[in-house]
Design a protein around this ligand. Structure first.
Ligand SMILES: NC(=O)c1ccc[n+]([C@@H]2O[C@H](COP(=O)([O-])OP(=O)(O)OC[C@H]3O[C@@H](n4cnc5c(N)ncnc54)[C@H](O)[C@@H]3O)[C@@H](O)[C@H]2O)c1
Length: 255
């Protein structure tokens, strides 16, 4: 029970395929008390259906494109559970039309939306959570993908957003480290989810990954959950500002 007595916030459950759901399950089994957020009432229905599988989580709506909703979330967390030992940021969005064709065709508004929801949201959420996490040896974990550093066809503006997210992990780790808060990212291999289904050719990407990754298999949400458990627990107390790959080794390949 690595997380016995710990309280955490997991953002980004849309359904049972969500990486956030894999993480929520793992950290729940490890003894954590959880607050889960959902983006909209429609997705809230899914989360309410899944929640009984966990140990009585608190459910709170939060659209991260709104600073007011993020502040309201942290007030609720403060009232309901008092503090946070960890926060998992497992969410991203880009308009589907920006996830195919030439990156050079990306429209200004789509660029802004992708960067706002997928990268800036980590910055503003971390800042808002700070009073609840300070001096608690707390940990923040976000989710990224290899498309931040290599060209992956159709990933386009999301790759640029993930590059900003990874740079934010380093800057936030430097800002928050003196307050005892660590910030890291998990770079997961491709998994079929609601969000990844918007990237044209995702099924083929998963097939290629399975054929070529050194471990010759697709990544699953439980594997990501286990690494998230390590990163939010004191087992990783010496690690901050890092990107850890959970991709069966795919990122080490040259060809
Ligand atoms: N699936 C993959 O192949 C893969 C690989 C590497 C990294 N990731 C990353 O993992 C994270 C989770 O994605 P997933 O694949 O589990 O998909 P998912 O669709 O299950 O989760 C994405 C979540 O983002 C939320 N979201 C989108 N816009 C939001 C907003 N404005 N406010 C609040 N929430 C919002 C959605 O509601 C959803 O819960 C994302 O950051 C994604 O980029 C996914």
């Amino acid at each position: 029970m690595l997380l016995e007595g710990k309280t955490g916030l997991v953002m980004g459950v849309a359904n049972k395929r969500s990486i956030a759901w894999g993480i929520a399950n793992t950290v729940d089994k490890a003894g954590a008390r959880l607050v889960l957020t959902y983006q909209s009432e429609r997705l809230g229905e899914n989360v309410r259906e899944l929640a009984p599988g966990l140990n009585n989580p608190v459910l709170v709506p939060c659209d991260v494109s709104s600073d007011e909703q993020i502040q309201a979330l942290m007030s609720r967390v403060g009232q309901e559970v008092g503090h946070l030992d960890f926060l998992v940021h497992a969410l991203a969005y880009a308009p589907p039309e920006a996830l195919g064709g030439m990156y050079a065709d990306t429209r200004r508004d789509d660029f802004k939306t992708a960067l706002d929801v997928s990268a800036y949201s980590l910055v503003t959420t971390a800042k808002a959570a700070m009073p609840l996490m300070k001096e608690r040896a707390a940990s923040i974990v976000t989710l990224t993908y290899l498309g931040s550093e290599r060209v992956v066809p159709n990933y386009n503006v999301m790759g640029v957003a993930k590059a900003a997210l990874e740079a934010s992990v380093r800057y936030l780790a430097s800002d928050l480290g003196p307050h005892g808060i660590r910030v890291n990212a998990i770079s997961a291999g491709p998994i079929k989810t609601l969000a990844s289904s918007a990237v044209r050719g995702i099924s083929n990407m998963i097939k290629l990954h399975t054929e070529r990754a050194p471990l010759r298999k697709a990544v699953d949400i439980d594997e990501v959950g286990d690494v998230a458990l390590f990163l939010v627990s004191s087992m990783s107390r010496g690690i901050t500002g890092e990107v850890i790959y959970v991709d069966g080794g795919y990122n080490i390949l040259g060809v």
